[in-house]
Design a protein around this ligand. Sequence first.
Ligand SMILES: [Zn+2]
Length: 442
Amino acid sequence: MNYQKSFVAPNLKTWSLMACLFAICSHESSAFLNLSRNAYPSIESDATTVSTNPSTNLPLNDINIVILTDVHSWVAGHGSHDPHLNAGYGDILSFYQHLQAVLDLEQNYGKDLFFVMNGDFLHGTGLSTDPPTMLVPILEKMPWDAVNIGNHELLYKSTIEYISKPNGFIDYWKGTYLTSNVRLAETGKSLGSRYTFLKGSSNTVLTFGFLYDMINEDPSAIVDSVENVVKEPWFHDVLQGNQGSFDAIVVLAHMDFDSPHAHLILETIRSICGDDMTVQFISGHSHLRATEVFDEKCISVEAGRFMDTVGFVSFSNKGEFQHEFIDANIASLASTLNLQEDELSTKEGLALTKLIHDTQEEAGLLDLVACSPENYFLNRTLDSSNSLWGLYMKEVVPNHLFQLNSSKIMIQERHDFWYNLYSGESRMQISLNRVSQNKYTL
Ligand SMILES: [Zn+2]
């Protein structure tokens, strides 16, 4: 029996199969592209500056952190199919700049704002490639204070080499790309930094970046088990204050919000720093909005996925915690800052939106590829008429992949589709397929 692991090109093949199914829309695609281009305001005419009287309805405290996690390359937002999620990285950058202006006000002296990204920037839309040559110039425009690694960044050698090369993506963050338990196999050394101190005007926050005990990383990287790393001397040394004093601890944890490994990390922190040390876990990976109180001075917060959420946590040195999940749409971001929608964009934010749009256009991601007659959803049963998996199983695989050869069978893992297929025009901007690691044909 011919048994082969089939590496379907990420994104492209599934789309081309879908394109076979649907009639191409009657629009001239060039006409649509013109419309699309005009939808973006010009930087010169429409950019706003940060208000002279900035404000927010977010609950500010000693330490305030804006969070992005598991964006999986949805840096442009979700486009016309999902208008509720219309904020992209340009809008988030604008939001952060307005919020920083609030924190800079005299009445907020002593309160600090940080901005973090908790990993999994890869795989999900057409902007994601291995290595991530299109994404990295976009990500480097975000003023993150700390970046954690996600499991998706460790799936391919080409990406690991690309981000870890001299003067590459990891070096760009100048010691704030955190890999507390990830090493390069070639050198045996930590891929990024094991920890960093985020220094604000009044608060110093010791920050780690842990990844769950991943087992399918590319062999060019080593993910050390959390169980072992919490016993290592460097971890104890920094918690004992031998590398500098700190007021609170943030653990960027690319692991489920209630992961036993997070509890294990906390256990070690408590054994060294005591019960009074404020500890904030910023979790990810399970793609949920969720919180879990670990103890009186520790809480875990996970802020969604696929650019559906901008997370916000604030806490005092005394361990009073608050958090908000802001929907990633322009109206929600603006109202959080007591602004009108058209007041949100800053010059830098608009420039980033333009860079994202230009990158998409150059890569052909805004080209029309097909039209779907109706919505197909991931979470419908196979026999439902609008089940995406049902469509794939009944139409795409037998008619196009197998070309009506009924002797073939295929085994495919359930994670290969990540998002719904909406009716109307489909572009390469949003993909259906991420990395087809586990697809077998017989
Ligand atoms: Zn993820």
